[in-house]
Design a protein around this ligand. Structure first.
Ligand code: FMN
Length: 304
């Protein structure tokens, strides 16, 4: 199996923006000037769910989603570019949390900081996160994690978003984004990479596993590396913890998510939906049992 391309040249990467055209606006400054200021007074609020009287079998809660016409796309269709798949995937797979990933070069000389939204929790035992670095050339984050087997992840709140976005700047490898971001590094307890003082939740991680991914069009070209990172320390601002000392208060985390194009979003409205009970309890409801029986009968007759 081909190995990841890891380069360490101190050169600036080419201007990807011109190629991808993530920004849909001819004149972004004019569009931004026409918009109202950000409202920091918006707060995370809890409401009822969209349909509190929803019951088993009710399906979707609005009519507008019935009988819609689908456009079906083959991602590998002749002439369809990777950029089109990228634009579709990142604008439809939302919201995605943003990890600010801190790493250090193998020689310990340069601290690196960059944002990543191909990022998620994987499971809790072992406590793990997934992180994916895309691009035919390894970015500094990938190069550093492969060399040092560690990193720190900090979550992005609304007061961090401009700094976080800026850390995606393509600095040459020997120039750190830390100073440019204006954020404050805190030494890790276990890993060499620091975490961010201004982020309410940071995780020190060790690399558990990685998997290179290759282009469908040319299987000799590595296009991404998926990493599974194991949490070895959590750092959370004390007052962000709820009284249970286990969960965080969304109103205090004020997370920002990444959507498509150059869009970010916040989550200033919430509702709660408990998970269903064990199915053996759920099916005691005659309406549930009727649906199960009907589906089973349909399945049986379709296989006869
Ligand atoms: C909000 C945001 C999310 C991003 N997510 C990813 C991602 O998931 N994977 C990736 O390879 N690049 C992602 N990028 C681009 C990298 O941050 C960018 O290429 C950066 O220069 C990499 O830095 P490094 O070379 O210091 O590692 C993202 C950029 C932004 C602004």
């Amino acid at each position: 199996m081909p190995q990841a391309v890891i380069t360490s040249e101190p050169v600036e990467a080419p201007d990807k923006e011109a190629e991808i055209k993530r920004n849909p606006h001819e004149d972004f400054a004019a569009v931004e000037a026409s918009r109202p200021p950000y409202n920091p007074a918006l707060k995370w609020e809890m409401s009822k769910t969209p349909r509190p009287d929803w019951k088993v079998g009710d399906g979707a809660t609005t009519e507008h989603c019935k009988d819609r016409k689908f456009l079906t796309i083959d991602p590998q269709e002749d002439g369809r570019s990777v950029v089109l798949n990228y634009k579709l995937m990142i604008s439809c797979t939302v919201p995605r949390p943003i990890a600010l990933v801190s790493t250090v070069t193998e020689d310990g000389q340069t601290k690196n900081l960059a944002p990543f939204s191909y990022f998620q929790c994987v499971t809790t035992d072992p406590p793990t996160y997934s992180l994916s670095c895309s691009g035919r050339e390894a970015n500094d984050t990938l190069t550093n994690i492969m060399a040092t087997k560690e990193c720190c992840i900090s979550m992005t709140s609304d007061w961090l978003i401009e700094a976080a976005n800026f850390t995606s700047v393509n600095t040459p490898r020997h120039i750190s984004e830390w100073e440019l971001s204006g954020l404050t590094p805190v030494p890790g307890d276990i890993v060499t990479a620091p975490y961010i003082a201004e982020s309410p939740f940071s995780v020190e991680c060790r690399l558990l596993h990685h998997q290179d991914l290759f282009s469908v069009k040319d299987s000799s070209v590595r296009t991404a590396t998926l990493m599974i990172l194991q949490a070895v320390r959590f750092h959370i601002w004390e007052d962000v913890l709820n009284d249970d000392r286990a969960t965080a208060d969304m109103a205090k985390l004020r997370p920002v998510f990444r959507a498509g194009g150059i869009t970010y979003g916040t989550c200033f409205n919430g509702f709660e939906i408990p998970r269903p009970e064990a199915f053996r309890h759920v099916r005691k409801d005659p309406e549930v049992e009727a649906i199960v029986q009907k589906a089973q009968a349909a399945k049986k007759s379709s296989t006869m």
